[in-house]
Design a protein around this ligand. Structure first.
Ligand SMILES: Cc1ncc(COP(=O)(O)O)c(C=O)c1O
Length: 387
Protein backbone atom coordinates (compact mmCIF):
# COMPACT_ATOMS: atom_id res chain seq x y z
CA UNK A 1 0.00 0.00 0.00
CA UNK A 2 2.90 2.28 0.82
CA UNK A 3 4.39 1.81 -2.68
CA UNK A 4 0.98 2.16 -4.27
CA UNK A 5 0.44 5.43 -2.36
CA UNK A 6 3.71 6.86 -3.68
CA UNK A 7 2.83 5.80 -7.23
CA UNK A 8 -0.61 7.43 -6.98
CA UNK A 9 0.80 10.65 -5.49
CA UNK A 10 3.30 10.94 -8.34
CA UNK A 11 0.54 10.26 -10.88
CA UNK A 12 -2.32 12.39 -9.51
CA UNK A 13 -0.73 14.90 -7.13
CA UNK A 14 -0.72 14.45 -3.35
CA UNK A 15 -3.95 16.43 -2.85
CA UNK A 16 -5.87 13.90 -4.96
CA UNK A 17 -4.74 10.85 -3.01
CA UNK A 18 -6.66 9.75 0.09
CA UNK A 19 -4.43 7.41 2.03
CA UNK A 20 -6.29 5.54 4.79
CA UNK A 21 -3.85 2.64 4.85
CA UNK A 22 -1.48 3.50 7.73
CA UNK A 23 -2.10 3.68 11.48
CA UNK A 24 0.55 6.38 11.94
CA UNK A 25 -0.69 9.29 14.12
CA UNK A 26 -0.75 12.48 12.05
CA UNK A 27 -0.69 14.74 15.13
CA UNK A 28 2.45 15.94 16.88
CA UNK A 29 3.18 14.71 20.42
CA UNK A 30 1.64 16.91 23.15
CA UNK A 31 3.79 19.88 24.24
CA UNK A 32 4.05 18.32 27.73
CA UNK A 33 5.91 15.37 26.20
CA UNK A 34 8.31 17.54 24.24
CA UNK A 35 8.92 19.64 27.37
CA UNK A 36 9.73 16.44 29.30
CA UNK A 37 12.23 15.44 26.60
CA UNK A 38 13.92 18.88 26.83
CA UNK A 39 14.01 18.69 30.63
CA UNK A 40 15.60 15.25 30.63
CA UNK A 41 18.11 16.06 27.91
CA UNK A 42 19.19 19.29 29.60
CA UNK A 43 19.08 17.86 33.13
CA UNK A 44 22.19 16.64 34.80
CA UNK A 45 20.90 13.25 35.92
CA UNK A 46 24.02 11.05 36.05
CA UNK A 47 24.01 7.94 33.84
CA UNK A 48 20.61 8.87 32.37
CA UNK A 49 21.66 7.53 28.98
CA UNK A 50 23.61 4.51 30.18
CA UNK A 51 22.73 0.82 30.08
CA UNK A 52 20.36 -0.03 32.89
CA UNK A 53 18.98 -3.33 34.26
CA UNK A 54 17.38 -5.01 31.22
CA UNK A 55 13.86 -4.59 32.57
CA UNK A 56 14.28 -0.81 32.74
CA UNK A 57 15.45 1.92 35.14
CA UNK A 58 14.30 0.88 38.66
CA UNK A 59 12.78 4.35 39.38
CA UNK A 60 10.81 4.24 36.15
CA UNK A 61 9.53 0.72 36.82
CA UNK A 62 8.54 1.83 40.31
CA UNK A 63 6.58 4.84 38.99
CA UNK A 64 4.79 2.71 36.40
CA UNK A 65 4.05 0.00 38.97
CA UNK A 66 2.37 2.62 41.16
CA UNK A 67 0.21 3.72 38.22
CA UNK A 68 -0.74 0.14 37.40
CA UNK A 69 -1.55 -0.51 41.06
CA UNK A 70 -3.86 2.52 41.15
CA UNK A 71 -5.61 1.44 37.95
CA UNK A 72 -6.13 -2.18 38.97
CA UNK A 73 -6.17 -2.17 42.77
CA UNK A 74 -3.46 -4.88 42.67
CA UNK A 75 -0.13 -4.83 44.54
CA UNK A 76 2.11 -4.12 41.53
CA UNK A 77 5.82 -3.80 42.35
CA UNK A 78 8.68 -2.55 40.17
CA UNK A 79 9.62 -6.12 39.21
CA UNK A 80 6.16 -6.66 37.65
CA UNK A 81 6.95 -3.99 35.04
CA UNK A 82 9.31 -4.50 32.10
CA UNK A 83 10.05 -1.56 29.79
CA UNK A 84 10.02 -2.71 26.17
CA UNK A 85 10.58 -1.54 22.62
CA UNK A 86 6.95 -0.64 21.91
CA UNK A 87 3.96 -2.93 22.23
CA UNK A 88 5.36 -5.06 19.41
CA UNK A 89 8.49 -5.60 21.50
CA UNK A 90 6.40 -6.33 24.60
CA UNK A 91 4.44 -9.04 22.77
CA UNK A 92 7.58 -10.67 21.41
CA UNK A 93 9.31 -10.56 24.79
CA UNK A 94 6.45 -12.26 26.61
CA UNK A 95 5.82 -14.81 23.83
CA UNK A 96 9.50 -15.74 23.78
CA UNK A 97 9.37 -16.19 27.55
CA UNK A 98 6.19 -18.29 27.52
CA UNK A 99 6.23 -20.49 24.43
CA UNK A 100 7.76 -23.90 23.87
CA UNK A 101 7.82 -25.18 20.28
CA UNK A 102 4.32 -26.24 19.19
CA UNK A 103 2.51 -24.25 21.90
CA UNK A 104 -0.67 -22.57 20.75
CA UNK A 105 -1.82 -18.99 21.15
CA UNK A 106 -5.47 -18.13 20.47
CA UNK A 107 -6.27 -14.78 18.86
CA UNK A 108 -9.70 -13.34 18.08
CA UNK A 109 -10.17 -12.48 14.40
CA UNK A 110 -10.10 -9.99 12.85
CA UNK A 111 -6.83 -9.02 14.48
CA UNK A 112 -3.55 -7.16 14.08
CA UNK A 113 -1.71 -8.64 11.08
CA UNK A 114 1.59 -9.16 12.90
CA UNK A 115 0.22 -11.54 15.57
CA UNK A 116 0.87 -14.60 13.43
CA UNK A 117 4.50 -13.64 12.82
CA UNK A 118 5.02 -12.75 16.48
CA UNK A 119 3.75 -16.16 17.63
CA UNK A 120 5.63 -18.06 14.92
CA UNK A 121 8.83 -16.11 15.75
CA UNK A 122 8.96 -18.16 18.94
CA UNK A 123 7.94 -21.58 17.61
CA UNK A 124 4.28 -21.15 18.50
CA UNK A 125 1.14 -21.71 16.46
CA UNK A 126 -1.58 -19.08 16.11
CA UNK A 127 -5.10 -20.47 16.46
CA UNK A 128 -7.83 -18.12 15.31
CA UNK A 129 -11.24 -17.86 16.99
CA UNK A 130 -13.75 -15.93 14.91
CA UNK A 131 -15.81 -13.11 16.42
CA UNK A 132 -19.44 -12.23 15.57
CA UNK A 133 -20.57 -9.97 12.71
CA UNK A 134 -20.31 -7.04 15.16
CA UNK A 135 -16.78 -8.25 16.10
CA UNK A 136 -17.69 -9.06 19.69
CA UNK A 137 -16.16 -12.36 20.83
CA UNK A 138 -18.02 -15.66 21.10
CA UNK A 139 -16.89 -17.24 24.35
CA UNK A 140 -17.95 -20.62 22.94
CA UNK A 141 -15.52 -20.28 20.01
CA UNK A 142 -12.70 -19.42 22.38
CA UNK A 143 -13.62 -22.50 24.46
CA UNK A 144 -13.60 -24.69 21.33
CA UNK A 145 -10.17 -23.39 20.34
CA UNK A 146 -8.54 -24.40 23.66
CA UNK A 147 -6.41 -27.58 23.52
CA UNK A 148 -3.81 -29.06 25.91
CA UNK A 149 -1.21 -27.05 23.92
CA UNK A 150 -2.86 -23.66 24.56
CA UNK A 151 -0.48 -21.37 26.44
CA UNK A 152 -2.06 -18.00 25.92
CA UNK A 153 -5.04 -16.06 24.62
CA UNK A 154 -4.20 -12.79 22.92
CA UNK A 155 -6.86 -10.09 23.11
CA UNK A 156 -6.82 -6.51 21.85
CA UNK A 157 -9.36 -3.92 23.00
CA UNK A 158 -9.93 -1.23 21.73
CA UNK A 159 -9.33 -3.31 18.67
CA UNK A 160 -7.25 -2.84 15.57
CA UNK A 161 -8.82 -3.12 12.97
CA UNK A 162 -12.45 -2.91 14.19
CA UNK A 163 -12.46 -0.28 16.96
CA UNK A 164 -14.65 -2.46 19.20
CA UNK A 165 -14.19 -2.61 22.96
CA UNK A 166 -14.68 -5.91 24.77
CA UNK A 167 -17.07 -5.52 27.72
CA UNK A 168 -16.40 -6.60 31.31
CA UNK A 169 -18.90 -9.49 30.91
CA UNK A 170 -16.69 -11.03 28.24
CA UNK A 171 -13.63 -10.78 30.49
CA UNK A 172 -15.54 -12.34 33.38
CA UNK A 173 -16.77 -15.14 31.12
CA UNK A 174 -13.23 -15.73 29.92
CA UNK A 175 -11.99 -15.87 33.50
CA UNK A 176 -14.62 -18.50 34.37
CA UNK A 177 -13.60 -20.50 31.29
CA UNK A 178 -9.89 -20.33 32.15
CA UNK A 179 -10.52 -21.33 35.76
CA UNK A 180 -11.98 -24.61 34.44
CA UNK A 181 -8.79 -25.54 32.57
CA UNK A 182 -6.42 -28.14 33.97
CA UNK A 183 -3.32 -26.19 32.92
CA UNK A 184 -2.80 -22.47 33.36
CA UNK A 185 -3.58 -20.37 30.30
CA UNK A 186 -2.52 -16.73 30.42
CA UNK A 187 -4.28 -13.83 28.78
CA UNK A 188 -2.03 -11.36 26.99
CA UNK A 189 -3.93 -8.12 26.65
CA UNK A 190 -2.50 -5.93 23.90
CA UNK A 191 -3.65 -2.44 24.86
CA UNK A 192 -1.87 0.31 22.91
CA UNK A 193 -5.23 2.00 22.20
CA UNK A 194 -6.52 2.03 25.81
CA UNK A 195 -6.49 5.83 26.03
CA UNK A 196 -8.31 6.18 22.71
CA UNK A 197 -11.89 5.45 23.74
CA UNK A 198 -14.87 7.46 22.51
CA UNK A 199 -18.14 8.72 23.98
CA UNK A 200 -16.71 8.51 27.51
CA UNK A 201 -16.81 4.70 27.41
CA UNK A 202 -14.81 3.06 30.21
CA UNK A 203 -12.44 0.32 29.08
CA UNK A 204 -12.51 -2.45 31.70
CA UNK A 205 -9.17 -3.11 33.42
CA UNK A 206 -8.23 -6.57 32.17
CA UNK A 207 -6.18 -7.41 35.25
CA UNK A 208 -9.12 -6.72 37.58
CA UNK A 209 -11.22 -9.29 35.71
CA UNK A 210 -8.61 -11.91 34.80
CA UNK A 211 -6.25 -13.50 37.27
CA UNK A 212 -3.54 -14.64 34.83
CA UNK A 213 -3.28 -11.48 32.78
CA UNK A 214 -0.32 -9.71 31.27
CA UNK A 215 -0.77 -6.28 29.75
CA UNK A 216 1.38 -5.45 26.72
CA UNK A 217 1.15 -1.81 25.79
CA UNK A 218 2.99 1.24 24.51
CA UNK A 219 2.85 5.00 24.35
CA UNK A 220 3.00 4.89 20.53
CA UNK A 221 -0.61 5.93 19.98
CA UNK A 222 -1.35 7.52 23.36
CA UNK A 223 1.37 10.13 22.99
CA UNK A 224 1.72 10.02 19.17
CA UNK A 225 5.33 8.79 19.38
CA UNK A 226 5.31 5.45 17.50
CA UNK A 227 8.78 6.02 16.08
CA UNK A 228 10.30 6.37 19.57
CA UNK A 229 9.57 2.71 20.39
CA UNK A 230 8.61 2.79 24.04
CA UNK A 231 6.26 0.29 25.64
CA UNK A 232 5.88 -1.98 28.62
CA UNK A 233 4.74 -5.29 29.97
CA UNK A 234 2.74 -5.30 33.20
CA UNK A 235 2.71 -8.81 34.68
CA UNK A 236 -0.12 -9.25 37.14
CA UNK A 237 1.10 -10.00 40.66
CA UNK A 238 -1.82 -12.46 40.85
CA UNK A 239 -0.01 -14.83 38.42
CA UNK A 240 1.34 -17.65 40.54
CA UNK A 241 4.90 -17.45 39.20
CA UNK A 242 4.85 -13.76 38.31
CA UNK A 243 8.40 -13.23 39.57
CA UNK A 244 9.73 -16.09 37.38
CA UNK A 245 7.89 -14.76 34.36
CA UNK A 246 9.30 -11.29 35.11
CA UNK A 247 12.82 -12.75 35.24
CA UNK A 248 12.26 -14.62 31.98
CA UNK A 249 10.99 -11.45 30.28
CA UNK A 250 13.96 -9.47 31.57
CA UNK A 251 16.16 -12.07 29.89
CA UNK A 252 14.19 -12.27 26.62
CA UNK A 253 14.13 -8.45 26.39
CA UNK A 254 17.91 -8.67 26.19
CA UNK A 255 18.41 -11.68 23.97
CA UNK A 256 15.89 -10.73 21.29
CA UNK A 257 18.34 -8.02 20.31
CA UNK A 258 16.66 -4.97 21.83
CA UNK A 259 18.93 -5.17 24.94
CA UNK A 260 16.69 -2.59 26.62
CA UNK A 261 13.99 -0.04 25.87
CA UNK A 262 15.23 3.48 24.86
CA UNK A 263 16.61 5.18 27.98
CA UNK A 264 15.46 8.73 27.24
CA UNK A 265 11.88 7.63 26.59
CA UNK A 266 11.75 5.58 29.78
CA UNK A 267 12.34 8.78 31.73
CA UNK A 268 9.81 10.65 29.60
CA UNK A 269 6.94 8.21 30.20
CA UNK A 270 7.65 8.19 33.91
CA UNK A 271 7.55 12.00 33.87
CA UNK A 272 4.33 12.58 31.91
CA UNK A 273 2.05 10.40 34.03
CA UNK A 274 -1.32 9.49 32.55
CA UNK A 275 -1.17 12.17 29.88
CA UNK A 276 -2.60 11.29 26.45
CA UNK A 277 -3.29 13.07 23.18
CA UNK A 278 -6.57 14.91 22.85
CA UNK A 279 -9.03 12.32 21.52
CA UNK A 280 -11.78 14.84 20.67
CA UNK A 281 -10.52 15.39 17.07
CA UNK A 282 -10.42 11.61 16.51
CA UNK A 283 -13.94 11.22 17.85
CA UNK A 284 -15.14 14.01 15.55
CA UNK A 285 -13.41 12.29 12.60
CA UNK A 286 -14.97 8.97 13.60
CA UNK A 287 -18.40 10.64 13.49
CA UNK A 288 -17.75 12.38 10.18
CA UNK A 289 -16.38 9.27 8.45
CA UNK A 290 -18.77 6.72 9.91
CA UNK A 291 -21.84 8.87 9.27
CA UNK A 292 -20.64 9.77 5.77
CA UNK A 293 -20.08 6.15 4.77
CA UNK A 294 -23.16 4.62 6.40
CA UNK A 295 -25.42 7.37 5.00
CA UNK A 296 -24.39 6.46 1.46
CA UNK A 297 -25.00 2.75 2.11
CA UNK A 298 -21.80 1.19 3.50
CA UNK A 299 -22.36 -1.13 6.45
CA UNK A 300 -19.98 -0.52 9.31
CA UNK A 301 -19.81 -1.20 13.05
CA UNK A 302 -19.42 2.17 14.83
CA UNK A 303 -15.94 2.16 16.43
CA UNK A 304 -15.86 2.71 20.19
CA UNK A 305 -12.12 3.34 20.27
CA UNK A 306 -8.76 3.17 18.43
CA UNK A 307 -8.57 5.03 15.14
CA UNK A 308 -9.89 2.70 12.49
CA UNK A 309 -13.12 1.96 10.66
CA UNK A 310 -13.69 -1.58 9.41
CA UNK A 311 -16.64 -1.43 7.00
CA UNK A 312 -17.96 -4.25 4.87
CA UNK A 313 -16.86 -4.01 1.27
CA UNK A 314 -19.84 -3.81 -1.10
CA UNK A 315 -18.21 -6.66 -3.06
CA UNK A 316 -17.53 -9.95 -1.30
CA UNK A 317 -14.07 -9.73 -2.89
CA UNK A 318 -12.42 -7.15 -0.63
CA UNK A 319 -9.21 -7.06 -2.68
CA UNK A 320 -11.28 -6.36 -5.81
CA UNK A 321 -13.16 -3.55 -4.07
CA UNK A 322 -9.95 -2.01 -2.75
CA UNK A 323 -8.82 -1.93 -6.41
CA UNK A 324 -11.99 0.01 -7.31
CA UNK A 325 -11.19 2.50 -4.54
CA UNK A 326 -7.64 2.86 -5.85
CA UNK A 327 -9.10 4.09 -9.12
CA UNK A 328 -10.66 6.89 -7.04
CA UNK A 329 -7.28 7.68 -5.45
CA UNK A 330 -8.34 6.02 -2.17
CA UNK A 331 -6.04 3.62 -0.32
CA UNK A 332 -7.63 1.10 2.04
CA UNK A 333 -6.36 -2.21 3.40
CA UNK A 334 -8.32 -5.38 2.49
CA UNK A 335 -9.89 -7.06 5.53
CA UNK A 336 -8.57 -10.46 4.49
CA UNK A 337 -5.15 -9.34 5.74
CA UNK A 338 -6.69 -9.08 9.22
CA UNK A 339 -8.44 -12.44 8.94
CA UNK A 340 -11.88 -11.16 7.86
CA UNK A 341 -12.51 -10.96 4.13
CA UNK A 342 -15.38 -8.87 2.76
CA UNK A 343 -14.18 -5.88 4.81
CA UNK A 344 -11.58 -3.14 4.59
CA UNK A 345 -9.66 -1.13 7.15
CA UNK A 346 -9.65 2.65 6.97
CA UNK A 347 -7.32 4.54 9.27
CA UNK A 348 -8.48 7.93 10.55
CA UNK A 349 -4.95 9.24 11.05
CA UNK A 350 -5.56 11.84 8.33
CA UNK A 351 -7.00 15.35 8.32
CA UNK A 352 -10.76 16.05 8.42
CA UNK A 353 -10.48 17.56 4.98
CA UNK A 354 -8.99 14.32 3.57
CA UNK A 355 -12.03 12.44 4.89
CA UNK A 356 -14.47 15.05 3.55
CA UNK A 357 -12.87 15.19 0.11
CA UNK A 358 -12.69 11.38 -0.16
CA UNK A 359 -16.43 10.78 0.37
CA UNK A 360 -17.52 11.34 -3.26
CA UNK A 361 -14.92 8.75 -4.35
CA UNK A 362 -16.33 6.23 -1.84
CA UNK A 363 -19.80 6.92 -3.24
CA UNK A 364 -18.73 6.40 -6.85
CA UNK A 365 -16.91 3.15 -5.96
CA UNK A 366 -20.04 1.93 -4.14
CA UNK A 367 -22.19 2.71 -7.19
CA UNK A 368 -19.75 0.89 -9.48
CA UNK A 369 -19.68 -2.13 -7.17
CA UNK A 370 -23.47 -2.21 -7.16
CA UNK A 371 -23.74 -2.05 -10.92
CA UNK A 372 -21.08 -4.77 -11.20
CA UNK A 373 -23.22 -6.90 -8.93
CA UNK A 374 -26.31 -6.63 -11.12
CA UNK A 375 -27.28 -10.21 -11.68
CA UNK A 376 -24.15 -11.36 -9.88
CA UNK A 377 -23.06 -11.62 -6.28
CA UNK A 378 -25.12 -9.39 -3.92
CA UNK A 379 -24.31 -8.36 -0.39
CA UNK A 380 -27.73 -7.25 0.78
CA UNK A 381 -28.75 -10.48 2.50
CA UNK A 382 -30.49 -9.17 5.67
CA UNK A 383 -29.11 -12.02 7.79
CA UNK A 384 -25.63 -10.49 7.30
CA UNK A 385 -26.82 -7.07 8.45
CA UNK A 386 -25.12 -5.52 11.42
CA UNK A 387 -27.42 -4.06 14.06
C1 LIG B 1 -3.02 -3.96 17.99
C2 LIG B 1 -1.61 -3.50 17.91
N1 LIG B 1 -0.70 -4.10 18.69
C3 LIG B 1 0.58 -3.72 18.67
C4 LIG B 1 1.00 -2.71 17.85
C5 LIG B 1 2.45 -2.32 17.86
O1 LIG B 1 2.59 -1.14 18.60
P1 LIG B 1 4.00 -0.45 18.79
O2 LIG B 1 4.21 0.46 17.64
O3 LIG B 1 3.91 0.27 20.08
O4 LIG B 1 5.02 -1.54 18.82
C6 LIG B 1 0.10 -2.05 17.02
C7 LIG B 1 0.54 -1.00 16.11
O5 LIG B 1 -0.16 -0.52 15.24
C8 LIG B 1 -1.26 -2.45 17.06
O6 LIG B 1 -2.18 -1.88 16.28
Amino acid sequence: MFEEGNRLRAERGAENVFDFSLGNPEVEPPELVLAAVRKIVSGQRPRAHAYMPNGGFPEVRQALAQRQAQATGLPFAAENIILTVGAGGALNVVLKALLDPGDEVIALAPCFVEYRSYVENHGGRLVVAETRADFQPYLSRVAQAITPRTKAILINSPNNPTGVVYPAQFLDGLEALLQQQERPVVVISDEPYRALAYDGIAIPETQRHLRNAIVATSWSKTLAIPGERIGMLAISPRIEEAHLLGDACTCTNRILGFVNAPALWQWVVAEVGHHAIDIAPYQAKRDLFWEGLTRMGYRCVRPQGAFYLFPETPLEDDVGFVQLLLEEGILAVPGSGFGRSGHMRLSMTVSRSTIERSLPGFERALARARSRQEGGERRDDPSRRIA
